[in-house]
Design a protein around this ligand. Structure first.
Ligand SMILES: CC(C)(COP(=O)(O)OP(=O)(O)OC[C@H]1O[C@@H](n2cnc3c(N)ncnc32)[C@H](O)[C@@H]1OP(=O)(O)O)[C@@H](O)C(=O)NCCC(=O)NCCS
Length: 277
């Protein structure tokens, strides 16, 4: 398997393997081709980020969990690390379409929590640079704007999934969910609008009694992320400036459970379906 990986038996005979920073081309090729390609629209999926032929090590920027069935990859979680903001972005979480609804997605998040999202003193020191991270975030389609897809799945179901896992939506200074969009992840694709930016983990030091996080921490993450994906010139464009204005420091940003949007989502999704028919 992999020298760095550690495994454990999980749901229904599926093992979760923690590849950490190691990039095992056999597993990653299969994760990309069999799981991520059928799970994400092209605009949301970057080109393969590892060498398809040769093992590499990304140092401290990437980390991967793979869900292995009998002899096949059936799911995975890929995360990027942003050092200045000490923030991890869950870039991809996917389960092969014919294996969904069996607890594998939940098991992958549980494994990330157990292996990665811990306080620095909790685990083997130095194993991962991101132990003790301040925030773990994910980009989640807002069901008021995104519809169901036979392969990519249902945005409403995805919100239920993340709600059970305690995900919370970051709100801007105007008190509304951030009007967030994903940067362009490859040259031939577009930014993806109308996403929630949600937290999956917040360290105690990043959270205050009012359940808010430091706006400057989030702004630092956004600047790092957009510069990494689109180049530092993107920070000057008006859309990115508009995003940064929503979080501009000084101040704190509210976190609200993603499930709070469920009623609103049902109404708006119904309205969207009505207007499309
Ligand atoms: C979201 C996803 C990772 C969940 O993995 P999973 O193994 O099916 O999840 P679990 O079995 O642990 O939990 C079941 C829940 O997952 C969600 N889910 C299951 N199938 C789904 C699908 N096709 N689309 C969206 N969510 C789905 C539902 O909330 C379901 O609960 P429900 O019984 O209330 O409907 C998986 O459905 C998937 O790969 N979807 C496509 C890619 C994606 O949306 N990734 C997340 C990007 S933000």
């Amino acid at each position: 398997m992999t020298s760095q990986g550690s495994g454990r038996q999980n749901v229904g005979g599926v093992h979760i393997i923690d590849l950490g920073h190691a990039q095992d081309p056999r597993l990653l090729n299969s994760l990309y081709d069999d799981v991520l390609m059928p799970s994400f629209p092209p605009d949301e999926l970057s080109l393969p980020w590892w060498d398809r032929a040769a093992p590499t090590d990304y140092g401290d920027t990437m980390a991967t969990l793979v869900a292995l069935g009998e002899n096949e990859v059936v799911g995975g979680l890929v995360a990027w690390w942003f050092e200045k903001a000490r923030t991890q972005l869950v870039g991809y979480l996917g389960v092969r379409p014919d294996h969904r609804g069996r607890g594998i997605g939940t098991a992958l998040i549980d494994a990330a929590r157990e292996h990665w999202w811990r306080e620095a003193g909790d685990s083997q020191p130095g194993r991962y640079e991101f132990l003790g991270c301040r925030l773990v975030v994910a980009e989640i389609e807002d069901p008021r704007h995104h519809g169901d897809h036979p392969d990519y799945g249902s945005p409403e179901a995805r919100v239920r999934f993340y709600s059970r896992l305690g995900a919370e939506v970051l709100h801007g200074r105007d008190g509304n969910p951030l009007r967030y969009f994903q940067p362009r992840v490859r040259d031939d694709t577009q930014r993806v609008p109308n996403l929630f930016l949600a937290t999956l983990h917040v360290s105690p030091e990043a959270l205050d009694d009012a359940h808010t996080v430091d706006a400057e921490l989030l702004a630092t993450f956004l600047r790092e992320y957009f510069a990494a994906e689109e180049g530092s010139q993107s920070l000057d464009d008006s859309e990115v400036q508009g995003l940064l204005d929503q979080v501009s420091a000084p101040g704190r940003l509210a976190l609200r459970p993603i499930g709070e949007h469920a009623g609103d989502i049902a109404d708006r999704a119904g309205a969207r379906a009505g207007s499309e028919s």
